[in-house]
Structures are given as C-alpha cells and as structure tokens.
Design a protein around this ligand. Structure first.
Ligand SMILES: [Zn+2]
Length: 231
C-alpha cells in the first residue's frame, strides 16, 4: 500500500469512527428524550434528562474507548517485548520464520531468505512486528486521543436532539419534532458513513434510519407505558 493510500485508509478509519460515535450520541439521546416525553414529563425534566444523557453517554464512551485502546496498547507492548527476547535468544529460528512468511507471500525460498537477512540486519524487531505480528508503526494506540475523540463525537450527536428540545420549548408535538429531526440527522450521518466507507449510499442511509426509528419506537412505547403506570 502506497504511503498516501495508507494515510487515506487511516483517515477513513478515524472519520468512520467519528460518524458512528455521533450516531450513538444521536440515537441514544433522542430515544431518551422521546422516552421521558412519552411519559408526560415536564419540559425542564426532559431537558435535564437529555443533558444527563449527553454527559453520561460521552463519559461512558470515553471510558470504554480508553480501556479498549489501552488494552490494545498493552497487548502490542507485550507482543513486542516477547518478540525482542525471541530475537535475542533464538536468532536463527526467527530468521527462518521471517523467510517462511515471505515464501508464504509468494517469494522463492532463496529470495525470501535474502530479504529476511537484509530486513533483519536493517531492523529486526520492526520487520517481525510488521510482517509477523501485524503491528504497524503509525497505528500506535493513542488511548487518550481516542477517548477524547469518542466523547466529542458522541456529545456532538447528542447535542442535536437537545438543541431541538431546547428550541421547541414545549412538550406538545415534541415527540414529532424529535422523531422527524432525528431521522433526518440519522439519514445524513448514515449517508456520510456509507460515502466515507465507499459503500452503497441508500443501503447505508436506510440501515441507520431504520435502526434509529426502531430504537425511538421502543423507548416511546416504554415511556408511555411507564407514564401510565407511574402517574
Ligand atoms: Zn518472530
């Protein structure tokens, strides 16, 4: 993969993760607002619930992302340490292992062992990390960055239904406004994610919109049921 192509793939990965993060924020906060609205809560209570949902959701996304990326970083570090020990203690076998990887990729055994010798001389750990363990330097895990990006995109998505709730400033018709505006936002995000990923635009849009609709319908039903039971 050319350097520029690699950077494009890396950028696409980040963009897609951001759009999906915004999606999570949008669906979960819109559903929350719809649930408490269907339970006949006051406008203040609905707004407070939405804000709590945004903050709580963003924090849990950040925590989850930090933990998962950190454990990936831990695993990578442990693999690299084990590999560096093997390179010191079992140099011949490691060389054979690397050559076999290149034979598996289609090189003749002679050429494969030449390549393995030269790459090992140049950067033994780097060659094994990339070709044996699949650890690519640039993909180094950055837990804090990933956590902040995840929380920010969630909060961005969640702020959309909150803005509608704040602007509408009444509970009558709020269910309608939130459902329709959320479906439009979801369709835009779904289309964007499909476009970024090079997937079919309509399929991507429909998939996200249907799931959003389903989530909102379930929470609306739950909210109105609880509203009847509690009030
Ligand atoms: Zn190795």
């Amino acid at each position: 993969m050319r350097h520029s192509e690699y950077h494009r793939a890396h950028r696409i990965g980040w963009l897609r993760a951001s759009v999906l993060g915004a999606n999570d924020g949008l669906i979960s906060t819109a559903s929350l607002i719809i649930g408490v609205t269907a339970a006949h809560s006051t406008h203040e209570a609905i707004l407070m619930t939405g804000i709590a949902g945004l903050v709580g959701g963003a924090m849990s996304m950040a925590a989850g992302e930090y933990v998962s990326v950190s454990s990936q970083a831990d695993t990578e570090a442990a693999d690299l340490l084990r590999e560096s020990i093997e390179l010191e203690t079992d140099h011949e076998n490691e060389l054979k292992e690397l050559a076999n990887i290149y034979v598996g990729r289609g090189l003749t055994p002679d050429l494969a062992s030449q390549v393995a010798v030269q790459l090992t001389a140049h950067d033994a750990l780097g060659s094994h990390a990339t070709d044996e363990l699949g650890i690519i330097e640039q993909m180094n895990a950055r837990p804090t960055q990933a956590a902040l990006a995840s929380a920010a995109t969630f909060a961005l998505g969640a702020s959309l239904p909150l803005l509608i709730t704040y602007t509408v400033n009444t509970t009558s018709n709020l269910l309608l406004y939130i459902s329709i505006s959320t479906l439009i936002f979801l369709a835009v995000l779904g289309g964007l994610a499909a476009k970024i990923g090079g997937a079919n635009l309509w399929v991507g849009t429909a998939r996200v919109a249907c799931w959003g609709l389903f989530a909102m319908a379930i929470t609306a039903a739950t909210g109105s049921l609880l509203g009847v039971v509690v009030n």
